[in-house]
Design a protein around this ligand. Structure first.
Ligand SMILES: NC(=O)c1ccc[n+]([C@@H]2O[C@H](COP(=O)([O-])OP(=O)(O)OC[C@H]3O[C@@H](n4cnc5c(N)ncnc54)[C@H](OP(=O)(O)O)[C@@H]3O)[C@@H](O)[C@H]2O)c1
Length: 338
């Protein structure tokens, strides 16, 4: 099958009178035409059927997340579709294979070229929309909870933002792997949802999460904290952590600075670290994905873990999809269809 020379892709265009997007003047979203990406050695070309939306894409639109060096300026960190072409030295994939891909950018487009190590098979039983909605969140949780924080079955895991894309995936993965998820959320209905997924839920607006953690774990504390809040929770997180606990920061929605009691850190022999997935090398992403496919993909295939897709929008309606993503009552992923 011959490939087109041009494709449609979403573009962020700075507003008139500005050169750079900002929170006050986020970029305008439009669908433009651009040349098909070239497929280099070790890469594959994916014909995109669906692309997941992540918080980082919205931040990029408002100038709060720089595109890593060498990455496409087209937004989009995860896609699912079929292999359309295979570059030199790629043996693992063939044209028409059903795949998902973890990207550094370029996903909101009809085609994307990506290092073959960043490509995974679509789990059996999932369609392209479901597959596009799980790759970034599942890879983030695998990398941080299971690789970095060295999860063990039986661990208590505190997941902040339990009703979000990362949170809902983390609850399900921890539960499936034999851990005890505890999740914070901002309303009773969201708390109920985290409980439905298998967590013990805490309403962070009406309850003190440290007291609740101590009560739930009978004074043990949590072995792992998956932290998207940072700053404003730093003292409370340190108090909630068990002896030998591992606290991994992956977001700073509660501020980039906060007080740390270093005496407590030493006394608890705790580990505090942080990670960004997007700028990792293809080799590192490949290592994360191979663990994910081996240990977690079977839970999607047998229905233990649900992809939790909230809504889909066609690529041309990306702006409306962003509005829906930002609404407070959203639970689960928003996916673009192409
Ligand atoms: N480091 C990395 O590699 C990496 C990768 C992926 C994502 N992330 C980051 O992870 C974060 C979450 O991403 P996402 O896709 O899950 O976003 P999301 O779907 O928007 O979820 C964020 C959740 O946080 C909750 N929240 C807000 N304030 C809170 C607070 N004070 N305490 C507890 N929960 C609170 C929100 O719900 P309610 O307040 O209504 O309950 C919402 O459900 C983002 O900051 C993103 O940038 C980092």
């Amino acid at each position: 099958m011959s490939l087109p020379t041009q494709m449609h892709a979403v573009e962020f265009i700075p507003q008139a009178g500005t050169t750079k997007a900002s929170k006050e003047a986020p970029a305008q979203i439009s669908v433009g035409s651009r040349p098909l990406p070239k497929v280099g050695a070790g890469e594959v070309l994916v014909k995109v059927h669906a692309a997941g939306i992540n918080n980082a894409d919205l931040l990029q639109r408002s100038g709060g997340y720089s595109v890593p060096e060498g990455a496409s300026d087209v937004p989009g960190l995860e896609v699912a579709g079929t292999i359309a072409a295979v570059g030199q030295d790629v043996n693992k994939w063939q044209v028409d294979d059903r795949v998902g891909a973890l990207l550094a950018g370029g996903g909101y487009a009809e085609y994307v070229a990506v290092d073959a190590r960043q490509v995974v098979p679509v789990p059996d039983q999932l369609d392209y929309i479901e597959a596009a909605g799980i790759i970034e969140t599942a890879a983030t949780v695998w990398f941080n909870v299971f690789m970095t924080a060295r999860f063990q079955p039986g661990d208590w895991v505190l997941i902040h933002g339990g009703s979000g894309g990362i949170g809902t995936m983390a609850i399900q993965m921890v539960k499936a792997m034999g851990g005890h998820p505890i999740a914070t959320a901002g309303s009773n209905s969201k708390v109920e949802y985290t409980q439905f997924l298998g967590a013990t839920g805490i309403n962070y607006r009406t309850e003190d999460f440290v007291d609740r953690v101590q009560e739930i774990t009978e004074g043990h504390g949590v072995d792992i904290i998956l932290d998207i809040i940072a700053g404003q929770y730093s003292e409370d997180n340190m108090r909630a952590l068990a002896h030998g606990g591992r606290w991994v920061v992956i977001g700073s929605q509660g501020g980039i600075k906060g007080p740390i009691n270093f005496l407590r850190l030493m006394a608890k022999q705790a580990l505090l670290t942080g990670n960004l997935l997007r700028p990792r090398t293809a080799a590192e992403k490949g290592e994360i994905l191979s663990g994910l496919v081996e240990h977690i993909w079977p839970f999607f295939s047998d229905g233990t873990i649900d992809p939790l897709i909230a809504q889909t929008f066609p690529l041309e309606e990306t702006a409306a999809a962003y509005e829906r993503f930002a609404e407070a009552d959203r639970v689960g992923k928003i996916v673009l269809t192409i």
